[in-house]
Design a protein around this ligand. Structure first.
Ligand code: GDP
Ligand code: IMO
Ligand code: MG
Length: 427
């Protein structure tokens, strides 16, 4: 029996899609446990690039079961677009399963996401405008529409009548925006229901049955620990739980059935959207890393903010998620720099701290304390063996393990599958 969680250790875009796709070769089932279309996971296979938003990153292998768990907020129109784009590229979707308990992102959620961001003005979060926050708000306030409701026409119609009436009050009276017509949403969603129905099942039943049979399960997080609603840099976070707890609540797999947790760590740090970022680089080195690493959002195309690796963030992710291993990605991008830096602590009012303060104001006043290491000039992306890496690159990997007290299981030096070095087998 082996159930492995792959999750983001920073602010998202760590290369979770690449690592999940790589590990999926040996898994029977791959599961997304939270988030929605805000995620953008890029998979490279040879010259082909696949960008996945809601479909788990195991879908490129025929014969795998790929589950969208109950913790995901599903945008059905976007899902159908994703499915047809994959079908056009001859990807088999027969293994796709969708939880009947997952909540739906409705058209009014997307509108409200936009209106709420406008109202926040300079204090905006910089959301992806995909309706994620409002959809989770409705889930928590028990006003959500679930996949099970979508498949029951009467239930869907009844729910929509009440919900749209309430949303229209908010839209017209608070935001001075156009109301939605419940009937039109019903007609639209009725069509989606028929296309989605064959994929829908009780996925916790499916997953626990697979574990009982000794199958290998890979759980894929979206976003990252620092964007976690509880543990991230609140309020500059997403509205779900990318940290390991979300893997349990978002799938119906209990903690005692999880065997390993792997934190994906980008060799530097990126952040899209607003919020504190102590190790941020606002200079030419940052610009260089952005260009070499092609650090532009998979979902929104926004340039990502760049910074040095932050050991405070990583230690925090190790603690919150009890990470057994790290998967260090995009190490190749740091090649060609004379020296590389790692933020090992923050200085706050003259004192060094090695944790993440809860207060946003405190975090914003934290100065990074850097350690400088020698860089390397070689292109790591085509070096076959880790043993042949320049010593400075090997030293960097070792230093990450030392600073976090967590072994590095995988080193990634390019977007493709073959550009992956395995130090510890995970399955
Ligand atoms: P995710 O959201 O965590 O799955 O990450 P994204 O897909 O949004 O962003 C990671 C980007 O880095 C993608 O374009 C990947 O193809 C690319 N990538 C992943 N691993 C590596 C690597 O080791 N080196 C390089 N150069 N690119 C990588
Ligand atoms: P993947 O899975 C990076 C960020 C947004 C914003 C904040 C809240 O590809 O790593 P939301 O739309 O979720 O309400 O936005 O979270 N964000 C991400 N940043 N990678 C992601 O996903 C993200 N999903 C959301 O930029 O700052
Ligand atoms: Mg991404």
């Amino acid at each position: 029996m082996s159930t492995v969680v792959v999750l983001g250790s920073q602010w998202g875009d760590e290369g979770k899609g690449k690592i999940t796709d790589f590990l999926a070769a040996k898994a029977n089932v791959v599961v997304r446990y939270q988030g929605g279309t805000n995620a953008g996971h890029t998979l490279a296979v040879g010259q082909e690039i696949f960008k996945l938003h809601q479909i788990p990153s195991g879908i490129l292998y025929p014969g795998k079961v790929c589950v969208i768990g109950n913790g995901v907020v599903l945008d059905p129109a976007a899902l159908l677009t994703e499915i047809s784009a994959l079908k056009r590229r001859n990807i088999d979707l027969a293994g796709l399963r969708i939880s009947d308990r997952a909540h739906l992102v409705m058209p009014y959620h997307k509108k409200l996401d936009e209106l709420e961001e406008m109202r926040r003005g300079t204090g905006k979060i910089g959301t992806t405008l995909r309706g994620i926050g409002p959809a989770y708000m409705d889930k928590v306030s028990r006003n959500g529409v679930r996949i099970a409701d979508l498949l029951d026409e009467r239930e869907l119609q009844d729910k929509l009548t009440g919900l749209v009436e309430e949303k229209n009050l908010l839209l017209t009276r608070i935001y001075d925006a156009e109301p939605f017509a419940a009937g039109r949403i019903f007609e639209e969603f009725r069509r989606y229901a028929e296309e989605i129905r064959p994929h829908v099942t009780d996925t916790s039943l499916l997953l626990n049955g697979a574990i009982d049979r000794g199958e290998k399960i890979l759980l894929e997080g979206a976003q990252g620990t620092m964007l976690d609603l509880d543990h991230g840099t609140y309020p500059y976070v997403t509205s779900s739980s990318p940290a390991v707890g979300g893997a349990c609540t978002g799938t119906g797999i209990a903690p005692s059935r999880i065997n390993k947790v792997v934190g994906v760590v980008k060799a530097y740090t990126t952040r899209v959207g607003d919020g504190p970022f102590p190790s941020e680089l606002k200079d030419r080195i940052g610009d260089r890393i952005r260009e070499v690493g092609r650090e532009y959002g998979t979902t929104t195309g926004r340039p990502r903010r760049i910074g040095w690796l932050d050991a405070n963030v990583l230690r925090y992710a190790c603690r919150i998620n009890a990470l057994n291993f790290l998967a260090l990605t995009l190490l190749d991008v740091l090649g060609g720099l004379e020296t590389v830096k790692i933020c090992t602590a923050y200085r706050y009012h003259g004192q060094e701290i090695t944790h993440i303060p809860a207060s946003l104001r405190t975090l914003e006043q934290c100065e990074p304390v850097f350690e400088e290491l020698p860089g390397w000039q070689e292109d790591l992306s085509e070096i076959d063996s880790l043993a042949d890496f320049p010593s400075a690159a090997r030293r960097y990997i070792q230093r990450v393990a030392e600073l976090t007290g967590t072994p590095v299981a995988i080193v990634s030096v390019g977007p493709n599958r073959h550009q992956t070095k395995v130090l510890h087998e995970l399955f």
